[in-house]
Design a protein around this ligand. Structure first.
Ligand code: IMP
Length: 194
């Protein structure tokens, strides 16, 4: 079976991606490699960050690998927090800190439209390839649900009556930014899109 490294320390992302990929490709985690160092992420775009993370691991291990970078773009906030979604409330902030800051900034705003965007960078035999996914929805005024991670409790995808954090992993994956980008990656790896 084809083996590939997923360059992330985020266990939620690993679980989501493994669920989409199923047993079609073997994903090697950074844990399995004994890699515990933080991966640099200093770009100004999702694409740059995904490339930086994938290249860091590719150069270190010399094996095909991919990385994703995701941002939440909120229309009423001029697409913030975007590429800075992880550090929105400051360095080393928690998911809860970020949500608190977002709800505060969105207080009184009637335009609640937002989208999640994921860019995956695959490095295969030294060559880079990119896969993207987006999911549009709205920002709620309070938290709903306990599943998922990050901004999931305050994001309701268009056409649904519940937040990502109220959905099962399977349901989220069907429509999510990361689910869409991952299925494109898998189709490519399995030769369907080559
Ligand atoms: P990164 O891709 O790890 O840099 O993630 C950027 C920020 O977006 C982090 O705060 C994540 O928690 C958050 N994030 C990434 N993917 C998701 C998602 O699927 N749902 C909710 N928040 C997410």
């Amino acid at each position: 079976m084809r083996e590939i490294i997923f360059a992330t320390h985020n266990k939620h992302k690993t679980a989501e991606i493994q669920q989409v990929i199923n047993d079609k490709v073997k994903i090697i985690s950074l844990d399995a490699l004994g890699e515990s160092k933080d991966i640099p992420e200093t770009g100004d775009t999702l694409k740059e960050n995904a490339q930086q993370k994938a290249a860091y691991i590719y150069e270190k291990y010399g094996k095909d690998c991919f990385a994703d970078d995701t941002g939440l773009e909120v229309e009423a906030l001029d697409n913030r927090p975007g590429v800075y979604s992880a550090r929105y409330a400051g360095e080393k902030c928690s998911f809860d800190d970020n949500i608190d800051k977002l709800l505060e900034e969105m207080e009184g705003k009637t335009n609640r439209k937002a989208r999640f965007r994921t860019v995956i960078c695959l490095i295969e035999g030294g060559k880079e390839k990119y896969f993207e996914g987006e999911c549009r929805g709205v920002i709620t005024t309070e938290r709903y649900g306990k599943k998922g991670f990050g901004y999931d409790p305050v994001f309701i995808p268009d056409g649904y009556g519940e937040s990502f954090a109220e959905m099962s992993g399977e349901e989220k994956n069907k429509i999510s930014h990361r689910g869409i980008a991952t299925r494109k990656l898998i189709n490519y790896l399995l030769g369907k899109d080559k």
